[in-house]
Design a protein around this ligand. Structure first.
Ligand code: 7GP
Length: 826
């Protein structure tokens, strides 16, 4: 019996929703939970007691939600994701329960400042970037929409590294997010699940039927940790279940018995390594064995958990597709496909075809990339060693599939080779995206352009073979965290204008449109921006000792550091403005003062990305202190960009930089957060920028750069970046300045790799787009000088971006892929 089956017990009631009720509970938690008196409590004690108090308010709803979902026998979404970039939990729980004011007042009555306690929380950074944050937005939306969902993932002991700068260069520190206590998690070791690895397979006679069984060599335990996913003020709380690896008893006993105490303890560490650390690569996976162990570990636990603990005991698995859809968040969980087949065929002893028919209905696959190097492949040697039975199953899936293709396209050998799940070169390996496509009921991209390119360029044979399998669901972001929580001042203004309903029905922002023409409203909107800039300034001073200049345009580029995202293009623009100022060509008082804010982590092994971080910081050090600039340009790069920083940075932004090479950014979700918070976008025709521009209108968006088909042509014609260098004087002078060592105390070698890459390779066409970018930035400057016009555009960006709510994304998934339904009150 698990908590999922809880029913028929006495009702659980939440503490009283009042200041007195809260204070009573809070003191009880402090005294009996933390074991301290108020007088002796540290900030951390107070924070932990507060977190536990707030979660008490959610507990009754959680139990009630589980009971209702169980009773309704409703279809659930099992979101399988190796990453969840959640952000801090406290504030989200407070807005979901509508407790913020009560808590503020209650704490104040005890002489405690809520803001101080908020700062104690270390966000669970269990993701790298867009993919992980999207998963967090999706589970938030499903809870708010009352749709049954379990988010399954890994409880990494160390999340994404903490970034520091030493002399401007990135240095990684471990993220010890659990070290001061983890008040939001509920471990359930009694529901641990064993997971097996290695060994071999053998066949045996099962009453005249030949069957296969897997004889694994070692195993670990998956311990579930449950987290609450509260819906917004709707009385629902869904579950996020993250798995942590532990050594099994059998594992260490064996060695203990042999008297090897030290080896036994070491073996335990070996098992627990599986959930130790998040791989910090984003969009360029490393084919590391531990990563495959992580992937299999969490999906094996999750499927077992759903089948054995969530479903009723007597459930007939033939009906599985009516009760579950496993949504594969990129290819990381795809090993779930052969795992379900193994359970049905080897353990439940079903026929292959019967099992395959059910399996195909239980999975759907979302692709999040267009970069060929980001498509996961696993060497057959590795997969076979770690999961021998799964490899056999994959071979069989592939054989059956290719036989089918051969029937439809007789004699088309090349096609078979192209479509095979097994690649032969450069080494024999399993193409996980192909496996996901063959097994999935649906395959989707994450923005219109991306889904189209996915069909036409990444999986063309498959989309020809199964045209109906492919669909699009444009990404979205949760308005709870990214507007309501992150931008209270704007939220108040919006609520004044359209009422409170927008938080769960974001299209209602449209009703604000006429107010763009109201001078008084524009004044209030500007006051909100100014307030948010003050708030950012205060945070950066506290956090990093950075002071922002007053009255400057805030131009922001925050996202992972990747060459395709083209942070280098923005640096070149900054350097060229600087060069033009110091050479006397540009009068610094003739342009609006700008702060160029960056936030970006580089994968620790990605050398070029780390170089670019060094360059940004070194350019900043020179530009910010050169008196000739007269404060017209300021570069700031606060380290360790994360969800928490985003929540203060994005609401303050005037300009959002979305400047990837067309055809490379699958969607982007930062772009949506900025538009919703009233920043204008300068961007290429890429990912969801395309849809943002269509919705907000060309007049309120600064478009530049080659279009995707043009990129193809330029590359096909033999792209020569040096030609742009030679022909464009501004560009040449900017690059020369970097090459001269001006940003490295005269040392020409420091940034030589960047310069030479730009001049001789430039895979992402930075130089080709430079001129167009500079011209768009000139339009930005001119537009910003027209204060009223700019504000009008900013308001229209907010009013027209309701489409980008992740609630809408969820309805699209439900409609096109999942066919699940909300469970409403009985
Ligand atoms: C990202 C994409 O780069 C971004 O464009 C998209 O908005 C986001 O997913 C959510 O769909 N991809 C990743 O973060 C990632 O790790 C692995 O992709 C293939």
């Amino acid at each position: 019996m698990t908590e999922n089956r809880a029913n028929g017990t006495a009702p659980v009631t939440a503490p009283q929703h009042s200041v007195e009720g809260f204070v009573k509970e809070f003191l009880r938690e402090l005294h009996f939970g933390q074991g301290v008196t108020l007088a002796r409590a540290s900030d951390n004690d107070q924070y932990l007691a507060l977190a536990r108090t707030v979660r008490e308010y959610l507990m009754a709803r959680w139990l009630e939600t589980l009971r209702r979902q169980f009773d309704a026998q409703a279809k659930s979404v099992a979101y399988l994701s190796a990453e969840y970039l959640l952000g801090r939990q406290l504030d989200n729980a407070l807005i979901a329960t509508d407790l913020t004011e009560i808590v503020e007042e209650g704490l104040a009555s005890l002489g405690i400042d809520l803001a101080t306690l908020r700062e104690q929380e270390v966000e669970p950074g269990l993701g790298n970037g867009g993919l992980g944050r999207l998963a967090a937005c999706f589970v938030d939306s499903l809870a708010t929409m009352s749709v049954p969902c379990i988010g399954y993932g890994i409880r990494y002991e160390y999340g994404i590294f903490r970034q520091t700068f030493v002399d401007g260069w990135q240095v990684e520190q471990p993220d010890t997010w659990l070290s001061l206590g983890a008040p939001w998690e509920f471990p359930h070791p009694e529901h641990s699940v064993p997971v097996h690895f290695g060994g071999h397979t053998e066949t045996y006679d099962d009453g005249g039927v030949e069957r296969t069984r897997w004889v694994p060599a070692w195993d670990v335990l998956g311990v579930p940790y449950n987290y609450m996913v509260p819906g917004y003020q709707n009385g629902r709380v869904n579950t996020l279940r993250l798995w942590s690896a532990r050594a099994t008893k059998a594992f260490d006993l064996q060695i203990f018995n042999s008297g090897e105490y030290v080896d036994a303890v070491r073996a335990q560490t070996f098992a627990e390594n599986i959930s130790k650390v998040l791989y910090p690569e984003d969009s360029t996976p490393q084919g590391k064995e531990l990563r495959l162990q992580q992937q299999y570990f969490f999906v094996a636990c999750s499927i077992r958990d759903f089948v054995e603990n969530v479903l009723p005991e007597d459930f007939d698995l033939h009906d599985l597709p009516e009760r579950i859809i496993f949504q594969l968040n990129d290819t990381h969980p795809v090993i779930a496909v052969p795992e379900l087949m193994r359970i049905l065929v080897d353990e439940k002893k079903w026929d292959w075809d019967e099992a395959w028919a059910v399996t195909q209905k239980c999975f759907a696959y979302t692709c999040h990339t267009l970069l060929p190097e980001a498509l996961e492949v696993w060497p057959v040697e590795l997969l076979g060693r770690l999961l021998p039975r799964h490899l056999e199953i994959i071979y069989r899936i592939n054989d059956d599939f290719l036989a089918e293709v051969a029937q439809r396209f007789p004699g088309d050998e090349l096609r078979l080779r192209r479509m095979s799940i097994i690649a032969e070169h450069p080494e024999r390996s399993v193409r996980m995206a192909y496996l996901a496509t063959v097994a999935g009921a649906k395959v989707n991209g994450v923005a219109e352009l991306h889904s189209q390119l996915l069909r036409d360029k990444v999986l063309p044979d498959f989309s020809e073979y199964w045209p109906d399998k492919f669909t699009n669901v444009t990404n979205g972001v949760t308005p709870r965290r990214f507007v309501r929580l992150a931008n209270p001042a704007l939220s108040e203004l919006i609520t004044d204008a359209v009422g409170p309903g927008w938080v769960t029905d974001l299209e209602r922002l449209r009703e604000m449109e006429p107010l763009a023409d109201d001078a008084e409203f524009r004044e209030r909107f500007r006051a909100v921006k100014a307030h948010n800039k003050d708030r950012l300034n205060a945070l950066l001073q506290r956090r990093d000792g950075i002071t922002l200049p007053a009255d400057a345009m805030l131009d922001v580029m925050v996202k992972r550091l990747h060459e395709y995202k083209r942070q280098t293009l923005k640096v070149l623009h900054i350097v060229s403005q600087y060069e033009r100022i110091v050479s006397g060509e540009l009068d610094p008082t003739s342009i609006p003062r700008r702060v160029f804010a960056f936030g970006a982590k580089a994968a620790p092994g990605y050398k070029m990305a780390k170089q670019i971080i060094g360059l940004i910081n070194h350019v900043g050090a020179v530009v910010n202190t050169d008196p000739r600039v007269q404060g017209a340009l300021t570069v700031v790069f606060p380290p360790n960009y994360n969800v928490t920083l985003a929540e203060t940075l994005i609401p303050a932004a005037d300009l959002s930089e979305q400047i990837s090479l067309a055809g490379k950014e699958a969607s982007g979700t930062g772009n949506m957060k900025f538009a919703l918070n009233g920043a204008l976008t300068i961007g290429t025709d890429d990912g969801a920028n395309v849809e943002i521009r269509q919705l907000v209108g060309d007049d309120h968006f600064f478009l530049f750069g080659l279009l995707e088909p043009q990129v193809e042509q330029v590359v096909a014609a033999g792209y020569e970046p040096s030609r742009y260098y030679e022909e464009n004087r501004t560009l040449r002078r900017a690059i020369d300045l970097i090459a001269s060592g001006a940003f490295a105390n005269g040392d020409r070698k420091v940034f030589e790799p960047i310069v030479s890459n730009l001049l001789h390779e430039d895979r992402f066409l930075v130089l080709a787009d430079f001129q167009s970018y500079v011209e768009a930035q000139e339009r930005v400057d001119a537009a910003y000088l027209d204060t009223e016009g700019w504000t009008r555009s900013a308001i229209l960006n907010v009013a027209r971006s309701g489409f980008f709510s992740s609630d809408r994304s969820m309805w699209d998934y439900i409609d096109r892929i999942w066919h699940a339904q909300p469970v409403v009150a009985r």
